[in-house]
Design a protein around this ligand. Sequence first.
Ligand code: FES
Length: 349
Amino acid sequence: MSAEKNLHIIANNRLRFTEGPKPYAGDLPAPAEQVGHLHESQKQPSWNELAPLLENEQVKLRVADLLSRYPDPQGALLEVLWIAQEVIGWVPREAIRWAASVCSCSPAHALGVATFYTMYKHAPTGRFLLQFCRNMCCSIRGASDIIRYAENALGIKTNGTTPDGLFTLIQVECLGACGNGPVMLVNDDFATDVESGELTLKKGAALTPDRVDRIIAWCRDRASQMKEEPVRDALGGKLSGHLGHPGAPGASARAQVLDYAPPPPVLGVSAQASADGVTLTWKAAPEITALAVERLEDSSWKQIGTLSPKDKEFKDASGKAGMDYRMTASSGDRAAKPSAAVKATEKAG
Ligand code: FES
């Protein structure tokens, strides 16, 4: 082969190749075979099967809250897809279509988003999704041996699920914990060992066969302690009686703070301008204990009123059409900032 052919020619500061890059001849799993990507062989549920899970009051309330937080509904797409994954366990095509219609974007766009981020799953997984890093640092430190050990311990191959539906094993790219390599995630939590009944990732502690055994035993123990899905509240996130992984793939395996709940949102705020100023109305969740109204003045928000949770409207006598308002809702010492933002529009008629 001539030297010319192999040499990169540098001209005008551009690197040019006299030959195109050669395809990698190794044995990599095709993207379609990975759980985090489109899985062509996966049977897709129909809309009629999914509708009861997605078109119910709880989901509608959460979606309305999300949409109220973004000026453009498309901004809520990631979180709307996340809700679909939370209630279904993965994101079937019809759920992606539903998310697109909720967020007023094209199904093709929603599909592109859902397949770009690997945390969206396009096939059901076991209750514990074991994600082993196979990237460079972990590989140098023995990831392939660890993965083979875990496959043997569970009796499955990569991308497989155990017959009891408890474990799915996949290989992923760098998890950003290279100093601990080889490393893995159990659902959303890093794990290289178990200590005092919790998954741990301690400085310099890498996965070893013994530690993989302990992590698998930890998962089985959690599953036996928690047979059923804990109840979530209508506004999302609150888990009661939680002892570990709630069973929904993608949810955290870490013990939850039992009294955690997201701040209640202000829903459906509207601001209508008339000759008397601007009138704000809203629909508030029952947990709200305080409300505040702010107006945008010279590029900064100025509080113009505090309200009781029983108030149903607020009048800004000096307000005009085109002004920006936002409302903050609090529940005890938790506050959402802002809970909703809106621009005043001229009252129709
Ligand atoms: S290479 Fe495995 S965590 Fe970075």
